[in-house]
Each structure stands twice: as structure tokens, then as C-alpha cells.
Design a protein around this ligand. Sequence first.
Ligand code: NAD
Length: 348
Amino acid sequence: MKVVAYSIKPFEKESLIRANQKKHDITLISNALSKETAVFAEGKDAVVIFSNDDASAEVIDKLAGFGVKYIATRTTGTDHIDKEAADRHGIKLANVPSYSPHAIAEHAVALTLALNRRLIKACDHGRNFDFRNDDLIGFNLYGKTVGIVGMGHIGLTTATIFKGFGCKVLGYDANLGIGHDHVPLVSLEELLSQSDIISLHVPLTEQTRGMINKSAIKQMKDGVMIINTARGALINTTDMLNALDSGKVGYLGLDVYEFEKGLFFQNHQNEKNKDELLKRLIDNPNVLITPHQAYLTNEALEELSAQTIKNLDLWQEEKRSYDTSEKNHVEKTKTQATISKDNTNILP
Ligand code: NAD
């Protein structure tokens, strides 16, 4: 299969090459997919993309025009892909449903600990040989209530880690009926009102966009800590800044930001016009932001590459059987049904 992989970072190349074993003819490029760079997909069967790539209807129309039949995203989230546009062109989509929930869960807990114990401030002071500890008071995690919004792969793993600290953990999930491993499922209202720490692990959909807004924050405990390693647009940033200013939200840990597209994954140090909302967040001493790095562990990268190549393999198999069946005048749907049944990664 001829493939172009967009937004490839140097640290991804080795694992992708290892996973591919020369099976597919893959061009790895560092450019993000956009209407300008879609032309690199001319003559390719498939494109491989990441969360910062533009897979809007306009770009997908262009990809279809260049002959692309498949889009594989090296992410769990699929909010960056216009699925209707892909469907219109008969372009098949695949994601990586779970590559290493531990990587993201551990980062959520790392943000919690760093915020609570003021680790960044302590290190910054230490660099100036200022070893006073007056402003570094945190709280015990032991005995605190942690609310996990979205009890899927990452939410459940995060819950398990917080249980290890001796926290009481509550879960909320729109699609699950029962809790897991001593994590009771409660209503969103109950979770918001009872939690000292709230960690977000739902996908970004029309239902979850802006779910942490003024009215949700109003229901929370004063001084609550909010951690978001899922998708930036789950939080209404303006409402969150107001809540930080008033002290209603005591701490905010973000690995993702509502307007991160075109901003994260690049160095903007020397640009004059900086994102105003992000600047206000960065300047707040109770906010800690990391640049969408929760997935960045060696283990997660290996698994992401392996599963992405597996998605291409399955499509290649499908294509081969389709070509053969065309020759033998066998019904096309027969082979396609087999592939979609076997490959749980293929998006509906
Ligand atoms: P998952 O599908 O296993 O779990 C998501 C859970 O959210 C499911 O249990 C689902 O039922 C629940 N859910 C969906 N819509 C809901 C709603 N409206 N209200 C309440 N619950 C709802 O996914 P996962 O592997 O746990 O990943 C979760 C999210 O984490 C991904 O969608 C992705 O956006 C994000 N993520 C971020 C990074 C990172 O590097 N920061 C890496 C991987 C994934």
C-alpha cells in the first residue's frame, strides 16, 4: 500500500519503520496535513495522520480527489476527522482505540502531584539557590475524593492509580451501567459536587464539548483541582479562567488546550502575537500546562506504531481480496464484511 504519514516527529520514525518491516511504501513527512499539504497524498492509497492534522471536509475532499481511500489516525481520539466527509467519499477510517492507557493515566497523576506539591515552583526557586519552603504547602491525596469523568481505558487506569494513594474514587460514564473495581458510578452532578480532584477522560464529541463550563464549575467544591489529559475543548477556557481568578477552581492541570491546533507541537517562542487565553493560563501560578505529551512514553509509541501498521495491513488484505474477487466476479461485500468484523479498530 502506498502511504504518506503526516506530522511525523523524529522520535516516531524508528518505531514506525520497525513496525512496517518494509510491508508498505510509506513516506514519512514532518508537515501537518492541511489544504496546502494534501497534495503530498497524490497517488497514495492511504494517509496516516495525528491529532493536530486538519482532516476537515475541505481537506478530505482534496484527499479523495488525489485518490486516497484510507485514513489511519495515530490517536485514540477521532474528533479531528470529519467522518461525514470521509463517508461521502467512501474513505475508510481507523484509529488506535487503546495503545497505552497507563501512559496517559500516569501523566494525569503526575500533573496532580506536581500541582499539589508545587514541584515546578520549588524547582524554579532552587535554580536561583532559593531554598525557602514557605509557599510550598500541599495536601494529602490520602482520603481525598477523586472524580473520574469517562471510565474507559484511561479513566479506569487513572482510577486504579488514585485508589493506590488511598483516595475515594467516583466515576461517571454516559455509557456504562455499573462501576469497576470498587469505583462506584455516580451521576455527573454527584461527581462534580463531591470531588476534590476531577480528572477528564471522555472523548470530544458534540455532547462533551464545553462540558466543564460555568454551570458545571458552579456545582464543584471550592478550590477543586481539575485535570484534563483528554481534549482541550472539553473545558470552556474563558469560564475556567474566571473560576481560577475567583478561586473557585484552586488548581488546573492541562495536557490539552481548547485552541491548541496549530500551536502545540511547535516552537512559537519568537512570535510576537501570542494566544491571549493561553498566556493568561500560563501566567496563573495555580495552572500547569504540558504540551500534549501524556501519550509520550516509549511503550506507547511502540504500540501506536504497531497498531497503525496493523490497520494498514488489514486494509491491504481487504484490498487484495477485493481485487481478486473483482477478477473472479465474486460479490464485493463478502470480503469487506470479513475485514470490518475482524478489525475492531475500523471506525463505524
Ligand atoms: P475510551 O473510549 O476507552 O473511554 C472513553 C469513555 O468515555 C467511555 O467509557 C465512554 O463510554 C465515555 N463517554 C463517551 N461519551 C461520554 C459522555 N458524553 N459522557 C460521559 N462519558 C462518555 O477512551 P480512552 O482510551 O480512555 O481515551 C479517552 C480520551 O483520552 C480519548 O478520546 C482522547 O481524546 C484522550 N487521549 C489523550 C491523549 C493525550 O496524549 N493527551 C492520549 C490518548 C487519548
